[in-house]
Design a protein around this ligand. Structure first.
Ligand code: DNO
Length: 383
């Protein structure tokens, strides 16, 4: 596998020369300044590509070329947005950037309730707490009918939480779930937006008639149009699994398990229609055997995210060290070692040491990811 690193562009406080020093070979990035749905021009792509190459690295993967909400819920302007997507894909192919990661999660990308959960060792990890999530859904969003999605034990604990939670803690929960984790990856809600809950509720409204079946149909419609362009320009598209891999907030999620992956790979059966094998996202679903999934889908995997989780008996999960947990990264490395050009990045890392006070995107601090890259590089060498 090729050792890559997610870098957020020229404004990232981590520089390309820092990355060279720690053994990174390829860069994972995006045109973060281009608003969702607009065309990525050849000029803009080449400018960033040249900048990366001047540092002695290569632009290995686009993460992400975002899919607009209207494509996902099947809005009136979806055909225009798909056309733009096709042009951006073609432009990437012309510029020789040929691996493109995206996701098909409605409204909200990855979800955590706690961005700084202190671990026994003193580092901070990302955490998903089922009760706090239910609280957000029922008491903050006030989503109609939300209660029926949670079991009585969780509902009871959410009620108890409501009697003790402060306004500040509520704001922190909103910030974790729909602002800080979303702003830099998807653009639906950004830091500084006033009343993120109202914006979020409006976005949810667009999906009120979209069930799992309809979302699959919309995904297929998208793939049928973009995969021929990917084929023509030699681009590999690879969808990121849903994180966490189960339905949330009344929204369907459709890349969560073996059956889902089988379904979309067959929906348009082309080698250019592939998977981002995110061990972290998949391992957070107790229904997933990550190693078996890797064995089955390696041949359609175009990009790998190495990360691991611990899932607790109550369903909460925490991001584990890259050496432990349900991700079984050592076993995955054994499977993917047969693919020397497959880009891999360590995904997320603990917040630790002198990084603790620095304003990194959640999960994307420097030292924790560097430690993870060291661990993964060691496993790769040993394998
Ligand atoms: C979170 C990331 C995701 C991922 C997108 C891909 O850390 O893994 O936001 O980049 O879902 O489109």
């Amino acid at each position: 596998m090729e050792k890559t690193w997610r870098w957020f562009g020229k404004n990232d406080r981590i520089t390309l020369s820092d990355l060279k020093q720690i053994g990174v070979e390829g860069i994972v990035t995006a045109l973060h300044q281009v608003p969702n749905g607009e065309i990525w021009t050849v000029e803009d792509i080449n400018d960033l590509k040249q900048y990366i190459e001047n540092a002695g690295l290569r632009w290995s993967v686009v993460e992400s070329l975002p899919v607009s909400e209207s494509i996902k819920y099947g809005g009136k302007d979806r055909d225009r947005l798909i056309e733009n997507y096709k042009i951006s894909l073609a432009n990437l192919g012309k510029s020789n950037v040929r691996t493109v990661c995206y996701n098909f999660m409605p409204v909200i990308d990855w979800i955590r309730t706690d961005l700084n959960k202190k671990q026994d060792s003193g580092v901070y990890a990302l955490y998903f707490d089922r009760v706090r999530f239910a609280y957000f859904d029922i008491y903050i969003l006030k989503r109609r009918g939300a209660e029926k999605d949670y079991d009585p034990g969780i509902l009871e604990k959410a009620r108890e939480l409501d009697t003790v939670i402060s306004e500040k803690e509520k704001d922190e929960l909103i910030d974790a779930i729909i602002v800080k984790t979303q702003g830099f990856v998807n653009g639906n809600i950004k830091e500084g937006d006033k009343n993120p809950v109202a914006i979020f509720n409006r976005l949810l409204d667009d999906y009120k008639d979209i069930d799992k079946h309809q979302l699959r149909e919309n995904f297929k419609y998208f793939l049928e149009q973009v995969i021929p362009v990917a084929e023509a320009y030699g681009v590999n598209l690879c969808v990121h699994p849903d994180d966490p891999p189960f339905p949330v907030l009344g929204l369907p999620r459709i890349v969560t398990c073996e059956e889902d992956i089988d379904w979309f790979l067959k929906a348009v059966d082309s080698p250019h229609n592939g998977l981002t094998f995110c061990a972290g996202s998949l391992s957070a679903g107790i229904h997933n055997d990550v190693v078996a999934l890797a064995r089955k889908f390696a041949h359609r995997t175009h990009f790998v995210h190495l990360r691991s989780t611990h899932v607790f008996p109550n369903g909460d999960f925490v991001e584990a060290s890259h050496l432990e947990g349900r991700g079984h990264l050592l076993e995955l490395i054994k499977i993917f070692k047969a693919m020397p050009h497959l880009p891999m990045r360590v995904d997320h890392g603990p917040l630790m040491l002198t990084d603790i006070e620095k304003p990194y995107n959640p999960g994307y601090s420097f030292l924790g990811r560097m430690k993870a890259l060291g661990e993964v590089s060691g496993m790769m060498a040993a394998v």
